[in-house]
Design a protein around this ligand. Structure first.
Ligand code: ADP
Ligand code: MG
Length: 384
Protein backbone atom coordinates (compact mmCIF):
# COMPACT_ATOMS: atom_id res chain seq x y z
CA UNK A 1 0.00 0.00 0.00
CA UNK A 2 1.41 3.39 -0.87
CA UNK A 3 2.19 5.52 2.12
CA UNK A 4 1.02 8.63 0.35
CA UNK A 5 -1.57 8.79 -2.38
CA UNK A 6 -2.91 11.80 -4.28
CA UNK A 7 -5.94 11.37 -6.52
CA UNK A 8 -6.82 14.20 -8.90
CA UNK A 9 -5.52 16.77 -6.44
CA UNK A 10 -5.88 20.28 -7.81
CA UNK A 11 -5.57 23.87 -6.61
CA UNK A 12 -7.03 27.04 -8.05
CA UNK A 13 -6.07 30.19 -6.16
CA UNK A 14 -8.31 33.23 -5.89
CA UNK A 15 -8.28 35.22 -9.09
CA UNK A 16 -8.43 31.92 -11.02
CA UNK A 17 -4.67 31.35 -10.91
CA UNK A 18 -4.07 27.65 -11.40
CA UNK A 19 -1.54 26.41 -8.84
CA UNK A 20 -1.92 22.74 -9.76
CA UNK A 21 -3.96 20.90 -12.40
CA UNK A 22 -5.57 17.59 -11.31
CA UNK A 23 -2.63 15.41 -10.31
CA UNK A 24 -2.23 11.75 -9.34
CA UNK A 25 0.79 10.68 -7.35
CA UNK A 26 1.59 7.55 -5.35
CA UNK A 27 4.57 7.38 -3.07
CA UNK A 28 5.53 4.11 -1.41
CA UNK A 29 6.29 3.85 2.26
CA UNK A 30 9.90 4.88 2.80
CA UNK A 31 10.28 6.05 -0.79
CA UNK A 32 12.09 9.27 -1.74
CA UNK A 33 10.69 11.36 -4.55
CA UNK A 34 12.32 14.53 -5.84
CA UNK A 35 10.22 17.19 -7.57
CA UNK A 36 12.02 19.22 -10.19
CA UNK A 37 10.70 22.23 -12.06
CA UNK A 38 11.14 25.93 -12.71
CA UNK A 39 9.79 28.68 -10.49
CA UNK A 40 6.00 28.91 -10.56
CA UNK A 41 5.47 25.34 -11.77
CA UNK A 42 3.45 24.32 -8.70
CA UNK A 43 6.04 22.56 -6.56
CA UNK A 44 5.32 24.45 -3.32
CA UNK A 45 1.59 24.29 -3.99
CA UNK A 46 1.79 20.48 -4.16
CA UNK A 47 3.73 20.27 -0.87
CA UNK A 48 1.47 22.78 0.89
CA UNK A 49 -1.62 20.80 -0.16
CA UNK A 50 -0.16 17.60 1.28
CA UNK A 51 0.90 19.27 4.50
CA UNK A 52 -2.44 21.02 4.96
CA UNK A 53 -1.10 24.57 4.76
CA UNK A 54 -3.32 25.03 1.71
CA UNK A 55 -6.84 23.75 1.04
CA UNK A 56 -7.55 21.50 -1.94
CA UNK A 57 -9.86 22.72 -4.70
CA UNK A 58 -10.51 19.12 -5.71
CA UNK A 59 -9.24 15.59 -5.18
CA UNK A 60 -8.26 13.44 -2.21
CA UNK A 61 -5.10 12.71 -0.25
CA UNK A 62 -4.54 9.59 1.81
CA UNK A 63 -1.68 8.69 4.11
CA UNK A 64 -1.37 4.98 4.90
CA UNK A 65 -4.80 4.46 3.44
CA UNK A 66 -6.47 7.05 5.63
CA UNK A 67 -7.99 10.16 4.12
CA UNK A 68 -6.24 13.25 5.52
CA UNK A 69 -7.18 16.15 3.25
CA UNK A 70 -9.76 17.45 5.70
CA UNK A 71 -7.53 17.09 8.76
CA UNK A 72 -5.62 20.03 10.22
CA UNK A 73 -1.86 20.04 9.45
CA UNK A 74 -0.74 18.81 12.88
CA UNK A 75 -2.85 15.66 12.57
CA UNK A 76 -1.44 14.48 9.23
CA UNK A 77 1.86 12.91 10.36
CA UNK A 78 3.57 15.23 7.92
CA UNK A 79 6.65 17.34 8.58
CA UNK A 80 7.36 20.38 6.41
CA UNK A 81 10.75 21.99 5.98
CA UNK A 82 11.01 25.19 3.97
CA UNK A 83 13.99 26.99 2.49
CA UNK A 84 14.16 29.32 5.49
CA UNK A 85 12.56 27.36 8.31
CA UNK A 86 10.90 29.26 11.12
CA UNK A 87 12.25 28.75 14.65
CA UNK A 88 10.95 30.49 17.75
CA UNK A 89 13.30 33.51 17.87
CA UNK A 90 13.24 33.92 21.67
CA UNK A 91 13.87 30.24 22.44
CA UNK A 92 17.24 28.46 22.46
CA UNK A 93 17.92 25.64 20.03
CA UNK A 94 17.21 23.09 22.77
CA UNK A 95 13.93 24.76 23.70
CA UNK A 96 12.99 24.94 20.02
CA UNK A 97 13.59 21.20 19.68
CA UNK A 98 11.55 20.41 22.79
CA UNK A 99 8.75 22.74 21.73
CA UNK A 100 8.17 20.74 18.56
CA UNK A 101 6.44 17.94 20.49
CA UNK A 102 5.41 14.68 18.88
CA UNK A 103 2.55 14.10 16.47
CA UNK A 104 -0.73 13.20 18.11
CA UNK A 105 -1.06 9.40 18.00
CA UNK A 106 -3.00 8.20 14.99
CA UNK A 107 -5.16 5.18 14.55
CA UNK A 108 -3.47 3.87 11.40
CA UNK A 109 -0.11 5.52 11.59
CA UNK A 110 2.13 4.25 14.33
CA UNK A 111 5.31 6.35 14.54
CA UNK A 112 7.80 5.17 11.94
CA UNK A 113 10.67 5.60 14.34
CA UNK A 114 11.48 6.62 17.82
CA UNK A 115 14.40 8.94 18.26
CA UNK A 116 15.24 10.64 21.51
CA UNK A 117 16.37 14.22 21.84
CA UNK A 118 19.86 12.96 22.74
CA UNK A 119 20.08 10.83 19.62
CA UNK A 120 18.74 13.64 17.43
CA UNK A 121 21.41 15.96 18.79
CA UNK A 122 24.09 13.40 18.08
CA UNK A 123 22.88 12.45 14.59
CA UNK A 124 22.72 16.10 13.57
CA UNK A 125 25.93 17.12 15.39
CA UNK A 126 24.21 20.06 17.05
CA UNK A 127 25.26 19.68 20.70
CA UNK A 128 27.46 22.83 20.56
CA UNK A 129 24.41 24.78 19.40
CA UNK A 130 21.89 23.81 22.07
CA UNK A 131 22.12 26.99 24.14
CA UNK A 132 22.22 29.37 21.15
CA UNK A 133 19.36 31.50 19.89
CA UNK A 134 18.19 31.10 16.26
CA UNK A 135 19.79 34.38 15.13
CA UNK A 136 23.17 33.03 16.25
CA UNK A 137 23.00 30.14 13.75
CA UNK A 138 24.37 29.92 10.20
CA UNK A 139 22.05 28.86 7.36
CA UNK A 140 23.27 25.28 7.51
CA UNK A 141 23.00 25.07 11.30
CA UNK A 142 19.48 26.44 11.18
CA UNK A 143 18.55 23.83 8.59
CA UNK A 144 19.94 21.02 10.78
CA UNK A 145 17.96 22.25 13.79
CA UNK A 146 14.79 22.36 11.68
CA UNK A 147 15.49 18.79 10.57
CA UNK A 148 15.87 17.87 14.22
CA UNK A 149 12.34 19.12 14.81
CA UNK A 150 11.04 16.78 12.11
CA UNK A 151 12.89 13.89 13.76
CA UNK A 152 11.50 14.61 17.20
CA UNK A 153 7.98 15.10 15.85
CA UNK A 154 8.24 11.57 14.38
CA UNK A 155 6.68 12.72 11.15
CA UNK A 156 6.15 9.75 8.82
CA UNK A 157 6.18 11.90 5.68
CA UNK A 158 8.81 14.59 5.19
CA UNK A 159 8.14 17.39 2.76
CA UNK A 160 11.23 19.45 2.05
CA UNK A 161 10.78 22.61 -0.03
CA UNK A 162 14.11 23.65 -1.54
CA UNK A 163 16.00 22.92 1.68
CA UNK A 164 19.32 23.65 -0.04
CA UNK A 165 18.30 27.07 -1.31
CA UNK A 166 20.00 29.04 1.44
CA UNK A 167 23.09 26.86 1.73
CA UNK A 168 26.63 27.32 0.38
CA UNK A 169 27.68 24.61 -2.11
CA UNK A 170 30.05 23.00 0.43
CA UNK A 171 27.27 22.66 2.98
CA UNK A 172 24.83 21.28 0.41
CA UNK A 173 26.85 18.08 0.00
CA UNK A 174 27.15 17.76 3.76
CA UNK A 175 23.44 18.39 4.29
CA UNK A 176 22.58 15.84 1.59
CA UNK A 177 24.68 13.28 3.45
CA UNK A 178 22.85 14.14 6.70
CA UNK A 179 19.52 13.68 4.95
CA UNK A 180 20.48 10.24 3.61
CA UNK A 181 21.57 9.17 7.07
CA UNK A 182 18.38 10.38 8.77
CA UNK A 183 16.09 8.84 6.18
CA UNK A 184 17.93 5.54 6.54
CA UNK A 185 17.55 5.74 10.30
CA UNK A 186 13.87 6.72 10.33
CA UNK A 187 12.45 5.00 7.24
CA UNK A 188 10.47 8.18 6.61
CA UNK A 189 8.81 8.82 3.26
CA UNK A 190 10.12 11.98 1.61
CA UNK A 191 9.20 14.40 -1.13
CA UNK A 192 11.92 16.95 -1.76
CA UNK A 193 11.54 19.97 -4.03
CA UNK A 194 14.58 21.27 -5.83
CA UNK A 195 15.44 22.93 -9.10
CA UNK A 196 18.84 21.26 -9.25
CA UNK A 197 18.88 18.01 -11.28
CA UNK A 198 21.99 16.87 -9.40
CA UNK A 199 20.26 17.17 -6.01
CA UNK A 200 17.20 15.49 -7.51
CA UNK A 201 19.19 12.52 -8.84
CA UNK A 202 21.20 12.23 -5.63
CA UNK A 203 18.17 12.15 -3.34
CA UNK A 204 15.22 10.86 -5.35
CA UNK A 205 14.65 7.21 -6.18
CA UNK A 206 12.15 8.75 -8.57
CA UNK A 207 12.07 12.25 -9.99
CA UNK A 208 8.83 14.02 -10.87
CA UNK A 209 9.09 16.96 -13.26
CA UNK A 210 6.52 19.72 -12.82
CA UNK A 211 5.75 22.34 -15.46
CA UNK A 212 2.79 24.72 -15.74
CA UNK A 213 1.06 23.12 -12.77
CA UNK A 214 1.20 19.64 -14.32
CA UNK A 215 3.24 16.58 -13.45
CA UNK A 216 4.90 16.15 -16.84
CA UNK A 217 6.65 12.86 -16.07
CA UNK A 218 7.73 10.78 -13.11
CA UNK A 219 10.31 8.02 -13.20
CA UNK A 220 13.75 6.92 -12.08
CA UNK A 221 16.59 9.41 -12.72
CA UNK A 222 17.86 7.00 -15.38
CA UNK A 223 14.48 6.73 -17.12
CA UNK A 224 14.10 10.49 -17.28
CA UNK A 225 17.62 10.96 -18.58
CA UNK A 226 17.38 8.32 -21.29
CA UNK A 227 13.66 8.57 -22.15
CA UNK A 228 12.40 12.09 -21.39
CA UNK A 229 8.71 12.26 -22.33
CA UNK A 230 9.01 15.70 -23.81
CA UNK A 231 11.35 18.59 -24.54
CA UNK A 232 10.48 20.33 -21.26
CA UNK A 233 11.51 17.30 -19.17
CA UNK A 234 14.76 17.04 -21.13
CA UNK A 235 15.36 20.76 -20.56
CA UNK A 236 14.78 20.49 -16.78
CA UNK A 237 17.18 17.56 -16.49
CA UNK A 238 19.74 19.73 -18.24
CA UNK A 239 21.70 17.01 -20.03
CA UNK A 240 20.70 17.14 -23.68
CA UNK A 241 21.71 19.95 -26.00
CA UNK A 242 18.36 20.94 -27.52
CA UNK A 243 18.40 22.34 -31.04
CA UNK A 244 15.22 23.64 -32.66
CA UNK A 245 14.81 23.40 -36.39
CA UNK A 246 12.71 22.24 -39.33
CA UNK A 247 12.41 19.41 -41.77
CA UNK A 248 13.87 20.26 -45.14
CA UNK A 249 12.53 18.08 -47.94
CA UNK A 250 14.30 19.89 -50.73
CA UNK A 251 17.44 17.83 -50.30
CA UNK A 252 17.77 15.32 -53.17
CA UNK A 253 19.35 12.71 -50.92
CA UNK A 254 16.29 12.60 -48.68
CA UNK A 255 14.77 14.69 -45.98
CA UNK A 256 17.03 16.38 -43.45
CA UNK A 257 16.71 18.22 -40.18
CA UNK A 258 18.07 21.78 -40.42
CA UNK A 259 18.60 23.86 -37.28
CA UNK A 260 17.13 27.35 -37.12
CA UNK A 261 20.37 29.06 -38.09
CA UNK A 262 21.42 26.34 -40.49
CA UNK A 263 24.55 25.15 -38.70
CA UNK A 264 23.29 21.65 -37.90
CA UNK A 265 22.07 19.46 -40.76
CA UNK A 266 21.21 15.85 -39.92
CA UNK A 267 19.62 13.30 -42.27
CA UNK A 268 16.34 12.06 -40.81
CA UNK A 269 16.44 8.43 -39.73
CA UNK A 270 14.29 6.23 -41.98
CA UNK A 271 11.62 5.55 -39.37
CA UNK A 272 11.22 9.27 -38.72
CA UNK A 273 11.21 10.12 -42.41
CA UNK A 274 8.53 7.56 -43.25
CA UNK A 275 6.46 8.38 -40.18
CA UNK A 276 6.59 12.13 -40.38
CA UNK A 277 3.35 12.54 -42.26
CA UNK A 278 1.13 10.64 -39.85
CA UNK A 279 3.06 11.10 -36.61
CA UNK A 280 3.53 14.82 -36.91
CA UNK A 281 0.60 15.60 -39.15
CA UNK A 282 2.82 17.34 -41.61
CA UNK A 283 3.47 15.91 -45.01
CA UNK A 284 5.49 18.83 -46.21
CA UNK A 285 7.72 19.40 -43.27
CA UNK A 286 7.39 21.11 -39.93
CA UNK A 287 9.28 21.86 -36.79
CA UNK A 288 11.37 19.37 -34.86
CA UNK A 289 13.78 19.59 -31.94
CA UNK A 290 16.95 17.54 -31.96
CA UNK A 291 18.40 16.46 -28.61
CA UNK A 292 22.09 15.57 -28.50
CA UNK A 293 23.69 13.64 -25.64
CA UNK A 294 26.93 15.36 -24.60
CA UNK A 295 28.68 12.02 -24.07
CA UNK A 296 27.92 10.97 -27.65
CA UNK A 297 29.74 13.81 -29.38
CA UNK A 298 33.45 13.46 -30.01
CA UNK A 299 36.15 15.37 -31.83
CA UNK A 300 36.55 14.23 -35.44
CA UNK A 301 39.34 11.63 -35.68
CA UNK A 302 42.32 12.68 -37.78
CA UNK A 303 42.59 9.18 -39.31
CA UNK A 304 39.14 9.41 -40.88
CA UNK A 305 37.80 6.43 -38.90
CA UNK A 306 34.51 8.25 -38.32
CA UNK A 307 33.62 7.80 -41.99
CA UNK A 308 32.82 4.14 -41.28
CA UNK A 309 30.15 5.03 -38.74
CA UNK A 310 26.74 6.51 -39.54
CA UNK A 311 26.56 10.09 -38.40
CA UNK A 312 27.30 13.65 -39.34
CA UNK A 313 30.23 15.98 -38.95
CA UNK A 314 29.62 19.37 -37.38
CA UNK A 315 32.46 21.43 -38.78
CA UNK A 316 33.93 24.72 -37.63
CA UNK A 317 32.44 25.19 -34.18
CA UNK A 318 34.20 27.57 -31.81
CA UNK A 319 34.86 26.42 -28.30
CA UNK A 320 33.26 28.99 -25.97
CA UNK A 321 33.69 27.30 -22.58
CA UNK A 322 35.71 24.47 -21.03
CA UNK A 323 34.67 23.40 -17.55
CA UNK A 324 36.05 20.61 -15.38
CA UNK A 325 33.46 17.99 -14.38
CA UNK A 326 34.95 15.38 -12.10
CA UNK A 327 37.58 13.48 -14.07
CA UNK A 328 36.26 14.87 -17.38
CA UNK A 329 35.63 18.21 -19.05
CA UNK A 330 32.41 19.64 -20.37
CA UNK A 331 32.87 21.89 -23.38
CA UNK A 332 30.40 24.28 -24.92
CA UNK A 333 30.83 24.82 -28.64
CA UNK A 334 28.93 27.34 -30.74
CA UNK A 335 28.15 28.06 -34.35
CA UNK A 336 25.98 31.08 -34.89
CA UNK A 337 23.30 31.07 -32.24
CA UNK A 338 23.39 27.29 -31.83
CA UNK A 339 25.29 25.72 -28.95
CA UNK A 340 26.08 22.15 -28.07
CA UNK A 341 27.67 20.60 -25.03
CA UNK A 342 30.38 17.99 -25.42
CA UNK A 343 31.88 15.66 -22.86
CA UNK A 344 35.66 15.39 -23.19
CA UNK A 345 37.16 12.46 -21.31
CA UNK A 346 40.64 11.79 -22.66
CA UNK A 347 43.63 14.10 -22.88
CA UNK A 348 43.65 17.86 -22.63
CA UNK A 349 40.65 19.61 -24.14
CA UNK A 350 40.88 22.27 -26.88
CA UNK A 351 41.37 25.88 -25.82
CA UNK A 352 38.58 28.37 -25.49
CA UNK A 353 38.41 30.33 -28.74
CA UNK A 354 39.77 27.51 -30.90
CA UNK A 355 37.77 25.93 -33.73
CA UNK A 356 36.84 22.26 -33.62
CA UNK A 357 35.02 19.70 -35.78
CA UNK A 358 32.68 17.27 -34.04
CA UNK A 359 31.35 13.87 -34.99
CA UNK A 360 27.73 13.23 -34.04
CA UNK A 361 26.85 9.52 -34.29
CA UNK A 362 23.40 9.00 -35.82
CA UNK A 363 22.43 6.56 -33.08
CA UNK A 364 22.62 9.17 -30.35
CA UNK A 365 19.97 11.60 -31.48
CA UNK A 366 16.72 12.16 -29.59
CA UNK A 367 13.82 13.70 -31.53
CA UNK A 368 11.01 15.90 -30.24
CA UNK A 369 7.91 17.19 -32.04
CA UNK A 370 8.48 20.93 -32.43
CA UNK A 371 4.81 21.74 -31.90
CA UNK A 372 3.82 19.62 -28.92
CA UNK A 373 7.32 19.03 -27.51
CA UNK A 374 6.60 15.28 -27.26
CA UNK A 375 9.51 12.95 -27.76
CA UNK A 376 8.83 11.09 -30.99
CA UNK A 377 11.74 8.72 -30.85
CA UNK A 378 15.41 8.02 -30.65
CA UNK A 379 17.87 7.41 -33.42
CA UNK A 380 16.73 3.84 -34.02
CA UNK A 381 13.02 3.88 -33.51
CA UNK A 382 9.88 5.80 -32.64
CA UNK A 383 8.61 5.93 -29.06
CA UNK A 384 6.94 2.53 -28.51
P1 ADP B 1 6.85 26.85 -7.31
O1 ADP B 1 6.97 26.45 -5.89
O2 ADP B 1 7.06 25.74 -8.28
O3 ADP B 1 7.74 28.02 -7.64
P2 ADP B 1 4.16 27.68 -6.61
O4 ADP B 1 3.50 26.42 -6.22
O5 ADP B 1 4.61 28.58 -5.53
O6 ADP B 1 5.36 27.36 -7.62
O7 ADP B 1 3.18 28.49 -7.55
C1 ADP B 1 2.43 27.91 -8.61
C2 ADP B 1 1.52 28.97 -9.22
O8 ADP B 1 0.54 29.36 -8.27
C3 ADP B 1 2.24 30.24 -9.63
O9 ADP B 1 1.63 30.73 -10.78
C4 ADP B 1 2.02 31.16 -8.46
O10 ADP B 1 2.05 32.51 -8.85
C5 ADP B 1 0.63 30.75 -7.99
N1 ADP B 1 0.45 30.96 -6.54
C6 ADP B 1 1.16 30.38 -5.54
N2 ADP B 1 0.69 30.77 -4.33
C7 ADP B 1 -0.35 31.60 -4.58
C8 ADP B 1 -1.26 32.33 -3.73
N3 ADP B 1 -1.20 32.25 -2.40
N4 ADP B 1 -2.21 33.08 -4.36
C9 ADP B 1 -2.30 33.15 -5.70
N5 ADP B 1 -1.49 32.48 -6.53
C10 ADP B 1 -0.51 31.72 -6.00
MG1 MG C 1 8.27 27.15 -4.38
Amino acid sequence: MPSLSLTRVAKTYSGNTIGLHPTDLEVESGERVALLGPSGSGKSTLLRLISGLEELSEGTITINGERVDRLPPHRRSVGFLSQRPALYPHLTVEQNLLASGTQSPRKHTPPTHHISLAETVELLRISPLLSRLPHELSGGERQRVALGKLLIRQAGVWLLDEPFGALDPVFRTEFRADLHLLLERTGATMIIVTHDPIDASALGRRIGVLGDGRLQQIGSPDELRTRPGNRFVAFCLGRLSLIDGRVNRGDPSGRTFVSECGSVVVPLPDWLDSNLANRLGMATGGSLTLGIRPEAVAAVQADGSDATRPGVILAGWSVVAVEPAGSRWVLTAARGRTRIRVEWSSGSPPLVGSLADWFLPADHCVWFDGQTGRRIGDSEQPVG
